[in-house]
Design a protein around this ligand. Structure first.
Ligand code: MN
Length: 265
């Protein structure tokens, strides 16, 4: 049997140390293809490039730099560049955490979302270090989780979001997403030409102290593994808000009748 194909990407760019460490850690598991943005793309979220052509630089036999987003890289890798469908997408190892609500901004996590949407089991990995920490523990976790995922697969529409603390690792915890608290206001300053500018996200992040969250696990020295589901439908809310449907349609109908009476569409 031929070795499985693994697609590795990130949002820190093709030359980021975390990407090289990840590719090396996964090399024993199969044929690793690296398809990554040609420059830093942190916090671009799940953006796809649709209004300009994408260019690919082949830097090695299985190493490609793309002038696009992390999601572009995964889409392009799975649907075009790789010789066959990969068995796994792994994104990271990001320089910095992707915890709680921040996953919605994250290019690292979005790359794993793109893999999941294309039906390939996907994992996002981040190193929760303020400064450049060692990627060794994160690499070990990456290989462990990748190995298990290759064997067992993942539940439908589900990816794993993994954050590894810097320093000594106490273990692994399966967690839910934490919640950010926004205390600081946007910074407002005046530029040298007298115009006002704003700076968002300038302060240190604050988090709610909620049990069993990813942020608590990482603070306690554990790697957090959070399964994220890409069916964003809130089924309980759908059932409850379904009661609105009749009333809203009645109002819609009433407006429609009135419009006709006034001779409008
Ligand atoms: Mn990043």
């Amino acid at each position: 049997m031929s070795p499985p194909l693994l697609l590795v990407t990130n949002d820190d760019g093709i030359f980021a140390p975390g990407l090289a460490v990840l590719a090396e850690a996964l090399a024993p598991l199969g044929d690793v293809y690296v398809v990554a943005p040609d420059r830093e793309q942190s916090a671009v979220g799940h953006a796809l490039t649709l209004h300009r052509p994408l260019r690919v630089d082949r830097l090695g036999e299985r190493r490609f730099a793309v002038n696009g987003t992390p999601s572009d890289c995964v889409n392009l890798g799975i649907l075009g560049l790789l010789p066959a469908e990969p068995k796994l997408v792994v994104s990271g190892i990001n320089h910095g955490s992707n915890l709680g609500d921040d996953v919605t901004y994250s290019g690292t996590v979005s790359a794993a979302m793109e893999g999941t949407l294309l039906d390939v089991p996907s994992i996002a990995l981040s190193l929760a270090a303020a400064e450049q920490g060692s990627f060794d523990e994160a690499a070990r976790i990456a290989r462990l989780l990748a190995t298990r995922t290759l064997v067992e697969g993942l539940p439908a529409k589900t990816l794993l979001n993994v954050n590894v603390p810097s320093g000594r690792l106490k273990g692994i915890r399966f967690t839910r997403l934490g919640h950010r608290v926004y205390k600081e206001k946007v910074v407002q300053e005046t530029d040298p030409r007298g115009k006002t500018y704003y700076w968002i996200g300038a302060g240190p992040p604050l988090w709610e102290n909620l049990e069993s969250t990813d942020i608590m696990a990482v603070q306690d020295g554990y790697a957090s593994v959070t399964p994220l589901h890409l069916d964003l439908t809130h089924y309980d809310a759908l059932r409850r808000l379904g009661e609105w449907e009749g009333a809203l349609n009645a109002q819609l109908g009433a407006r429609g009748r009135r419009s006709r009476r006034h001779g409008r569409e």
